[in-house]
Design a protein around this ligand. Structure first.
Ligand code: ATP
Ligand code: MG
Ligand code: MG
Length: 559
């Protein structure tokens, strides 16, 4: 395809390359915190981090930003690895910030010895109250000028099993009057007594994000540390700690010209959903969804389960692009990318979601025919499969109307319709129950109108899908709508529980699918003809087939 114009991030990377910075080396990282499952926002960062490296002969490593054991777990580590692979990316190495705990500790000790860090024994509320405002300076902590020896002793105490969470923190001694609030003696270490999922109870004092991220980048040799816009105000602090780290390294004869650089782009926000991990956790914990992979969730595993292709997620991210301004991205754009990609891949099958019986009265009772169905008209190489025709069929209830308006091109007494891959039939009437509900429809077929025969060529407006009642399988079909009923959930002041769409899941239990559809596995892309794109759900078993609607055929939300 045509080369898309480079994002501003990539222009910056290319400018650095042209200047020969870092010896022309490109190294990025994707740094998830293993405290939840990846969502579509993370996918945007993944496409950037891995994409930049791949397009410039560089490497992208994976780094688990596991500095807060109270929220992290190996369950999340495993899911993150799996989701990145599924999205189509391959990392160089897998690193953990926890691998640097000793190095970070040693660097913090060095800062203390230089008079650049101190132990504060105030509460977090007291510390916050002293921060000041961007236009007024903060108040120095009463502990700011503690002697070095005392700081070293207390820092060691922070890192014991007896240390009480919240009783003290290590703060960098920077500038309580700096207009950038992040410089007002930021907390760089805190006590956490929850065992760590990798280091167990070895550590009790843990570095804060700002004291771990840039340093981890430096230890690994990251050249471009690409992240989202909320980190713009952190960048000067990122650079400050890298400066100090380079000074520390220089003292030990280890520093070089190398320096990592932080670049920020806008977050992905989607309409009709939430993206914050806290809210996603709440949805799962309160059983408002069936789990992280409930197909209504904005997580990567949910989208996979729902039947989205990795390609369509990448295409969507490509289409929204990377800018310096936060925006709310339209869910319909994601669905359009899914439809566009699945149209090329999905195997066409027949399914009837709301069945009513159709009897072909002039078709012999004991006869069946194997008819050929094209798997994908978009791709001849996908071949064909067989579908069985017989006297008794299921069709969609909506495809019949007894008193139809002129423009109704489906089935109505006296008119002809075509049955897909089969015959032209003429409707002769129907049977109704006492309440007037149609229970059976009757038609006669034209034996010379089979698809492929000369007689099939006459003009018939409607083509219907169908299933032979004796040659199909019962199935449950799950239809999904927006999880939330408001477009911009984060701008709404109501509690987010109130914003949930009560009709986001509709389960149809009386559906039928053709035999061939029953051979498909979760993740196989199907199109139920005339209905939409579907995939077998993870709950599907040979005895109880379950399908998810990935997306309808048309954008029903378009105005
Ligand atoms: P939360 O703030 O909800 O806890 P997070 O953004 O901190 O989640 P991380 O695991 O730290 O989650 O994110 C890993 C990377 O993914 C970070 O570089 C982050 O900037 C990026 N990222 C997270 N959310 C989005 C998003 N909505 N759009 C683009 N990138 C994102
Ligand atoms: Mg984070
Ligand atoms: Mg965050």
């Amino acid at each position: 395809g045509e080369k898309k114009s480079l994002s501003f991030v990539e222009q910056m990377v290319e400018a650095d390359l042209a200047e020969g910075k870092n010896g022309g080396r490109i190294q990025t990282r994707f740094p998830p915190e293993p405290n939840g499952y990846l969502h579509i926002g993370h996918a945007k960062a993944i496409c950037m981090d891995f994409g930049v490296a791949a397009r410039h002969g560089g490497v992208c490593n994976l780094r688990f930003d596991d500095t807060n054991p109270s929220k992290e777990d190996t369950e999340y580590v495993d899911s993150i690895l799996n989701d990145i692979k599924w999205l189509g990316f391959q990392w160089g190495n897998v690193y953990y910030a926890s691998d640097y705990f000793q190095q970070l500790w040693d660097f913090a000790v060095w800062l203390i010895k230089k008079g650049l860090a101190y132990i504060d024994e105030q509460t977090s509320e007291q510390i916050a109250a002293q921060k000041g405002t961007p236009t007024t300076p903060g108040t120095p902590s009463p502990y700011r000028d503690r002697p070095v020896e005392e700081n070293l002793e207390l820092f060691n105490k922070m890192n014991t099993a007896e240390a009480v969470e919240g009783s003290m923190v290590l703060r960098a001694k920077l500038d309580m009057a700096n207009p950038n609030m992040h410089f007002r003696d930021p907390v760089i270490y805190r006590i956490i007594q929850t065992p760590h999922h990798r280091t167990g109870t070895k550590w009790h004092a843990y570095p804060m994000y700002d004291f771990a991220h840039g340093q981890s980048d430096y230890f690994e040799g990251v050249t471009h540390s690409i992240c989202t816009l909320e980190f713009v105000p952190h960048r000067p602090l990122y650079d400050k700690f890298v400066d100090l780290l380079k000074e520390y390294e220089r003292e030990q004869g280890r520093d070089t010209d190398y320096r990592p650089r932080q670049i920020e782009f806008n977050r992905l926000n989607l309409t009709y959903t939430v993206m914050s991990k806290r809210k996603l956790h709440t949805l799962v914990d309160e059983h408002l969804v069936s789990g992280w992979d409930d197909p209504r969730m904005p997580t990567v595993c949910a989208m996979r389960r729902r039947g989205y292709s990795a390609q369509s997620i990448r295409d969507f991210i490509d289409s929204i692009g990377y800018t310096k301004f936060d925006a709310l991205n339209d869910y319909a754009l994601l669905e359009a990318a899914v439809r566009n990609d699945l149209n090329k891949r999905a195997c066409r099958v027949s399914a009837v979601l709301n069945p009513v019986k159709l009897v072909i009265t002039n078709y012999p009772e004991d006869r069946t025919e194997e008819l050929e169905a094209v798997n994908n008209p978009e791709n001849e190489a996908d071949g064909t499969h067989n579908i069985t025709f017989s006297r008794e069929l299921w069709i969609e209830r909506d495809d019949f109307m007894e008193d139809a308006p002129k423009k109704f091109f489906r089935m109505t007494p006296g008119k002809e319709v075509r049955l897909k891959n089969a015959y032209i039939i003429k409707c002769t009437g129907c049977k109704k129950d006492n309440e007037g509900n149609v229970v059976e429809i009757y038609a006669e077929y034209d034996p010379d109108s089979k698809t492929g025969m000369e007689g099939a060529n006459r003009k018939v407006k409607g083509t219907l899908h169908w299933l032979s009642t004796k040659h199909c399988r019962p199935a449950e079909v799950r239809l999904y709508e927006r999880l939330f009923s408001v477009e911009n959930t984060s701008a709404d002041e109501r509690d987010f529980h109130e914003l949930l769409n009560p009709d986001s899941l509709k389960v149809l239990t009386q559906c039928y699918v053709e035999e061939y559809a029953a051979t498909k596995q979760p993740g196989d892309f199907l199109q139920f003809q005339r209905i939409g794109y579907f995939t077998p759900d993870l709950d599907s078993t040979p005895d109880k087939l379950v399908f998810n609607r990935t997306v309808g055929l048309k954008d029903t939300w378009a105005k």
